[in-house]
Design a protein around this ligand. Structure first.
Ligand code: GMT
Length: 374
């Protein structure tokens, strides 16, 4: 198949999944065309993969350069030039609409549009009155629609009052890359041998409830020797640094910013925290599980579909800081339980969320959409 992929080219989960999906599809022999405003962060050069830059031209009259139109124009151009079969848009706003426009522009009934919903495109941005109607129109009229969790599919039907089928295809992880390979030297950079390492990885947006991460960590650190690694960057990072000082935990917290070797950091971690307000899936938690790191997470959105409570970690209600700290200590103070949960996490990551299992689900879905069977 000739597949066009539209995504945000950043380190965020939707961009990572889109990029990994495209690379995997190209290895299976499909021709893959990324259409983005930048080279996707995780994209590596390989045969059968093309990159098309969306150039958003500005003009003094424009207060807001029309990215949606530039993306639609570029997508239409690529569809025609390369004879694409499918455009797969990741993250509905505004990609579902740009892809729909491109389909109308080329006026070719052969090209099929599929959108994958990732989370905040539906739960936060798409529900904003400014975007609601256009998002609903686009996802109702695309040829195929997938969601990364059952929770997200259900909430989309409810919030957007649409009754079309939504295929649930979960996110996936490369179990060969995300495998526990602890580097003793790297560990020593952050913690003494008697200290545990807790890790949080995110885009540091409000939805991640960074203050809860820090307060939970502060409670844990009152009981055992421990260090916190904060990986990633985003709007809340300065606020996080201020709170770290206020809580007097600055000597126990490391800000790592964006790192390319996430799997190395996870491999030296003893616990992963994801205490978000809402989370359609929680890809970072899945990557931790694949590296045998037990997870403490909020019982919200699609997280319970990934993190099995009592098996590979524990869940508690959003904001339940004392409970998060208590559950974290239960794991950190029991080596047998910790190892058992780590192994179970990896088993779940392999059995249910490996790229080998999930990529064929997308391939089959594409074939069904092309055959008009959705
Ligand atoms: O919505 C975001 O915070 C960004 C978005 C992304 O582009 O990374 O994350 C969403 O998509 C990820 C990949 O499917 C999911 O793992 C995240 O759970 C989801 N984020 C939220 O629902 C908050």
């Amino acid at each position: 198949m000739k597949i066009g992929i539209i995504c945000y080219p950043t380190y965020g989960g939707s961009g990572v999944i889109a990029t990994e999906l495209g690379c995997n599809l190209s290895r299976l022999g499909h021709e893959v065309h990324f259409i983005c405003y930048n080279l996707p962060a995780r994209l590596t050069c390989q045969p059968n993969v093309y990159f098309h830059l969306v150039d958003v031209v500005s003009y003094p009259l424009f207060k807001f350069p029309p990215y949606t139109l530039a993306l639609a124009s570029k997508t239409a151009e690529v569809i025609e030039e390369y004879g694409l079969d499918i455009i797969h848009a990741h993250y509905a706003v505004p990609h579902a609409m740009s892809a729909h426009l491109a389909q109308q522009i080329v006026g070719d009934t052969q090209i099929k549009i599929i959108t994958t919903l990732h989370g905040t495109d539906i739960r936060l941005v798409g529900l904003e009155p400014s975007y609601y109607r256009a998002t609903k129109y686009a996802i109702s009229n695309n040829n195929g629609l997938t969601a990364v969790s059952q929770y997200l599919a259900d909430i989309t039907r409810e919030e957007f009052k649409i009754d079309r089928p939504i295929e649930v295809i979960p996110n996936f992880v490369d179990n060969q890359r995300f495998i526990r390979k602890p580097d003793a030297q790297l560990r020593l950079q952050y913690a003494a041998p008697d200290q545990k390492i807790i890790t949080h990885i995110s885009n540091f947006r409000t939805v991640k409830r960074i203050p809860d991460i820090l307060q939970t960590f502060a409670l844990i650190s009152q009981k055992i020797p421990v260090r916190l690694l904060l990986v990633g960057d985003g709007p809340e990072i300065n606020h996080a640094a201020e709170l770290v000082n206020k809580l007097r935990i600055h000597h126990r917290v490391h800000f790592l910013n964006l790192v390319n070797n996430v799997e190395d950091i996870l491999s030296i971690s003893d616990l992963f925290l994801l205490l978000s307000e809402t989370e359609s899936f929680g890809l970072a938690a899945l990557e931790a599980m694949s590296c045998e790191v037990p997870v403490i997470a909020s019982r919200v959105g699609g997280i319970p579909e990934v993190v099995q409570h009592g098996e590979c970690g524990f869940l508690a209600d959003v904001g339940a800081i004392e409970e998060f700290a208590r559950l974290s200590l239960t794991i950190l103070q029991d080596e047998v339980l910790s190892a058992k949960m780590g192994k179970m996490g990896r088993q779940i990551a392999i059995e249910r969320f490996s790229s080998e299992k999930v990529i064929p689900l997308y391939e089959n879905y594409y074939k069904r959409v092309l055959a008009g069977g959705i």
